[in-house]
Design a protein around this ligand. Structure first.
Ligand SMILES: Nc1ncnc2c1ncn2[C@@H]1O[C@H](COP(=O)(O)OP(=O)(O)O)[C@@H](O)[C@H]1O
Ligand SMILES: [Mg+2]
Length: 236
């Protein structure tokens, strides 16, 4: 559902956000005073050339990395002043992350991989397993609960990662080139799955991507170019 309604709560706000890296003594401004406001339920495509700063921005939002200046708000929570421990909790509970290379734990079964973020929160037992199973059925892997990642195809591994990203019922889903390591047909299936789970549950989602598919289905489009976050442009 496209949302342009002032009554819909703000899900994510970036305010004058800047981040630079130093390379060989030279300062490179990756994000230069960027601003954005997403409403609950927005699906956003984040595009731009390789190296423009998409992963950097997603890592700031998930609290993996810290900004040099500016503010990041997830709902009513300002990330800037939080401790590493508090950021870890935010990342675990309020953000679901899907990576290009799936990042499953090879020594855990499919259902154990999906259950892990809940168990890290101290939840255990039948309730966790049944939620994990329900999510795995939702992503089409109800018959692979006890398989290990190495016997799954790339697309199947990404389905597991999508279920894992949802297990703590996050407010925000961040997907960093989630189809970058998949063939075209599988990429299309995975994007459709991501879109449908985000829409079903009213999740705010940012997908960093080269795929024209998501660009067509997204509510909002942002391009990073020369440190700027530009709304409503297509990639070049
Ligand atoms: N930890 C780091 N130290 C120094 N430079 C970095 C670091 N992480 C990323 N960069 C640089 O920042 C730029 C943006 O990288 P990234 O956010 O990964 O781009 P994208 O995801 O759009 O391909 C690149 O030039 C990259 O080399
Ligand atoms: Mg990247």
């Amino acid at each position: 559902m496209p949302i342009e309604n002032s009554k819909v709560p703000i899900s994510l706000r970036l305010k004058n956000l800047s981040k630079c890296y130093s390379e060989a003594g030279r300062k490179i401004e990756i994000l230069d005073n960027v601003n954005a406001e997403l409403n609950q339920g927005d699906v956003v495509a984040l595009i731009g050339k390789s190296g423009c700063g998409k992963t950097t921005l997603l890592n700031l939002i998930s609290g993996i990395d810290r900004a040099d200046s500016g503010e990041i708000w997830i709902g009513n929570t300002l990330l800037n002043n939080l401790s590493e421990e508090e950021l870890t909790l935010i990342r675990r509970n309020r953000v679901g992350i899907v990576f290009q290379f799936f990042n499953l734990i090879p020594t855990l079964s499919v259902i154990e991989n999906v259950s892990l973020p809940r168990e890290l929160n101290g939840s255990q037992g039948a309730n966790v397993s049944s939620n994990a199973k329900e999510l795995l059925i939702r992503v089409g892997l109800g018959d692979r609960l006890n398989s290990y990642p190495d016997v799954l195809s790339g697309g199947e591994q990404q389905r597991v990662a999508i279920a894992r990203a949802l297990i703590n019922d996050p407010d925000l889903i961040l997907a960093d080139e989630p189809t970058g390591n998949l063939d075209d047909d599988t990429a299309k299936e995975i994007l459709e799955l991501l879109l449908s789970v985000a829409r079903d549950r009213g999740k705010t989602m940012i997908v960093a991507t080269h795929s024209s598919e998501i660009i067509n289905f997204a509510d909002k489009l942002y391009t990073i170019h020369s440190g700027n976050l530009i709304p409503g442009q297509s990639g070049s």
